[in-house]
Design a binder for this molecule. Structure first.
Ligand code: PSU
Ligand code: MN
Length: 293
């Protein structure tokens, strides 16, 4: 990472809550290695962002990565937790909101993740809106993702971004991807089919003074995508199971991910890993294209 910076090589920052909370323990190190390799194939150096020993780290050594994924009680750091968790000197994975804040402060232009948080289905009662959406309005990065996490209300999430003038550009798609699903019925107002076109759009946002995030929406690779009705069924069944077992708060997402993975006999995890690799690779290619211009 330091060498890449000194040589001004393209860098892609990676979100780390996926390594502390999003993936089963046995998958974490292998997936981290796969994402590093995907970014390298795309032409960039990857830098995992996480909190270790009271510091916000940008790029981890193999030993630090090991420490992150094996920490028995790793924190999940959103933007609003940052100061507190740093002061506590705990090990924590950073969600999109904290990751893009730290990346922008470090001067990194492109960040990759699986899915952003969003507006929750029960927002009218819960008021649950992910801080990811707020931070996207003010962190100067391009964020490559495959939509939002499956359990949120995608339509409301897209409306929120539109209201706050956060651009969402489809990568070779005209609709918002639905995480495990390639297409939804939610049309996007911008889409790019080539890296040059995408890089040009990013630059024209910057040239007109836009200093927030630009979301690039990259569908899960077709080989590993799931049909929409199947995903809806998996979510409904898993939500019911979570309610029956009284799971709530921060435990809900990991519970649902595991329940869906079991019900789908591994298909959701396969799709999750495939989209993470695809996003790291596209983010790297875009970092290269932005550097060229
Ligand atoms: N997408 C997933 N699973 C996740 C996340 C995204 O499929 O666990 C993580 C990301 O780190 C994202 C965060 O930034 O969830 C949003 O969490 P919340 O809804 O608590 O804001
Ligand atoms: Mn929330």
């Amino acid at each position: 990472m330091r060498a890449a910076r000194q040589r001004r090589r393209p860098i892609v920052a990676l979100e780390s809550a996926v390594f502390t909370h999003g993936l089963p323990v046995a998958e974490r190190l292998p997936v981290a290695a796969e994402l590093e390799e995907a970014a390298r194939q795309g032409g960039a150096t990857s830098a995992v962002i996480a909190l270790l020993d009271g510091k916000a780290r940008v790029g981890l050594s193999p030993a630090q990565l090991q420490q992150l994924v094996t920490a028995p009680q790793a924190g999940k750091c959103a933007r609003g937790d940052l100061g507190w968790l740093l002061a506590q000197r705990v090990v924590a994975g950073t969600t999109v909101s904290a990751t893009i804040h730290i990346a922008a402060a470090a001067g990194i232009d492109v960040v990759a993740t699986g899915g952003i948080g969003g507006v929750h289905r029960d927002v009218a009662e819960s008021f649950d809106v992910s801080p990811d959406l707020i931070e996207l309005t003010r962190a100067r990065v391009v964020l490559v993702c495959s939509g939002a996490k499956t359990i949120v209300d995608l339509r409301k999430t897209l409306e929120f971004l539109e209201t706050h003038a956060v651009p969402v550009i489809g990568w070779r798609t005209r609709t918002l991807p639905g995480f495990y699903v390639r297409e939804t019925r939610l049309p996007l107002r911008a889409h790019a089919d080539t890296l040059a076109e995408l890089a040009r759009a990013v630059q024209s946002y910057r040239a007109t003074g836009y200093a927030g995030a630009i979301v690039v929406a990259n569908p899960v690779p077709s080989e590993d995508a799931l049909p929409e009705d199947e995903v809806e069924r998996l979510i409904a069944e898993s939500l019911r199971q979570a309610a029956e077992q009284g799971v709530h708060g921060q435990a809900v997402t990991p519970f649902l991910l595991e329940a869906m993975n079991q019900r789908s006999r591994g298909a959701t995890l396969r799709a999750n890993k495939a989209l993470l690799r695809g996003n790291a690779r596209l983010a790297a290619q875009l970092a290269v294209a932005l550097r060229r211009r």
